[in-house]
Design a protein around this ligand. Structure first.
Ligand code: ZN
Ligand code: ZN
Ligand code: ZN
Ligand code: ZN
Length: 394
């Protein structure tokens, strides 16, 4: 594939994905606002039933994972997916992810119908702009006992601090973290007498550093950016690459190394996938996410691969709930790492080229389940740390 072919493909791609960008939240990203966000604690679509730590424990290091992101992706069909949330959890330990990433990620889908016990149905506006407000104003939310949530990570917190009885935890690990590193040791004692506002805030800030930094994810379609930026960037990219790879194939910077004279021989070295990836990223360098879920009757979409290798191939397992096929829904780019508050300096810091999330194509009804697992795949940028044959967590 030549640069011109790639350019054509890019410009003629009429199914533009939605690009996601990180922004500072303007208002609290609570569950009733149906947020798409990275980091922080999960905003549970179903406020009555939440994930337990067993469902999001890293099977490599046995530590609780934390929320990487959640996306609110409502669907018209089936009606049970009127509200739809996809949660991605990940182990915070980069070394763990490097060793065997398949043990370090979990994806869950959760759905609620328009009429559900927790949220008033949004008003339906007809052609004349009239809406039926009765349905909305008559809504009475179900009363239920809210589950206790871990003060560190926000999943179910069945364990309680024995002394103050006020802090809940998912696990002994997070209880220890809170006690030793987030100031609960001091807070616990003083809360028995008088709790200081300032102390509470300090503890809360320290707790927030134990999970990924919270950012709102906003989206807009690819190709609707600043006027002309796309064409300009395409032209510049095309020019730069033509100079490098075509005009002077034997120069020091060439993608085709000396001794590999024909283009055919260098197919793998001039990774078309990576060229295409670079082009797409260069146009909107701040994008952290690409959302590309297909309509039910449309042909499957290819993600934007980081490289030709490390593709999942045939390993994408069928939906654990309905047995139907899964299709690509969205990919998380490495640019998200810049917003998570993780160190890039350490050699074993958290890292990926792209994470690819596949979900049930039929978007099946979960019936009495609140969460069903979905599938994630990871590609790295370099071929050095290739991990062939690995199966992602189902
Ligand atoms: Zn781990
Ligand atoms: Zn926890
Ligand atoms: Zn306590
Ligand atoms: Zn399914």
């Amino acid at each position: 594939m030549s640069i011109d072919d790639i350019k054509d493909l890019t410009l003629n791609d009429k199914w533009a994905p939605q690009l996601g960008y990180c922004e500072e939240p303007e208002t609290p990203l609570t569950a009733d606002t149906f947020p798409s966000k990275s980091g922080g604690k999960p905003a549970w679509l179903n406020p009555e039933h939440v994930l337990t730590v067993d469902q999001v424990t890293c099977s490599s290091c046995d530590q609780p994972m934390v929320l990487l992101l959640q996306l609110y992706t409502p669907e018209d069909h089936p009606p049970e997916a009127f509200h739809r949330m996809v949660y991605v959890f990940c182990c915070k330990t980069g070394a763990c992810v490097k060793q065997d990433w398949t043990k370090c990620f979990k994806v869950f889908r959760s759905q609620l119908a328009r009429e559900n016990p927790y949220y008033p149905p949004p008003a339906i506006t007809d052609d004349e702009g009239e809406s039926d407000d009765d349905e909305v104003s008559n809504f009475v939310a179900k009363s239920f006992k809210a589950p206790r949530l871990c003060v560190i990570c926000g999943v179910a917190g069945p364990k309680t601090c024995g002394q103050c009885q006020s802090a809940s935890y998912c696990s002994r690990e997070h209880q220890m973290v809170d006690w030793n590193m987030c100031g609960h040791k001091q807070q616990c004692k003083s809360s028995l007498t008088s709790s200081q506002q300032q102390e509470r805030e300090n503890v809360e800030q320290l707790r927030q550093t134990r999970v990924f930094t919270e950012k709102e994810i906003v989206s807009e379609p690819e190709g609707k950016g600043e006027d002309g930026a796309e064409e300009e960037a395409q032209a510049a990219f095309s020019k730069a690459n033509n100079e490098d790879s075509t005009s002077n194939p034997t120069t020091e910077n060439a993608l085709v190394p000396a001794g590999e004279e024909t283009a055919e021989d260098s197919e793998v070295l001039v990774d078309d996938a990576f060229l295409r990836f670079q082009l797409k990223l260069q146009l909107y360098p701040d994008q952290v996410l690409r959302y590309d879920r297909v309509e039910y009757d449309m042909p499957d979409r290819e993600p934007l691969w980081v490289q030709q290798g490390q593709k999942p191939g045939d390993v994408i397992p069928a939906c654990a709930n309905c047995g139907g096929p899964r299709t690509f829904e969205f990919q998380i780019l490495s640019t998200l790492l810049n917003f998570l508050g993780v160190s890039h300096v350490a050699t074993d810091s958290l890292d990926w080229g792209s994470l690819y999330v596949y979900t049930c194509k039929r978007n099946c009804d979960l019936r009495d389940q609140v969460f069903v697992p979905e599938f994630i795949w990871k590609q790295d940028f370099s071929t050095d740390s290739m991990n062939f044959g690995g199966r992602g967590p189902a």
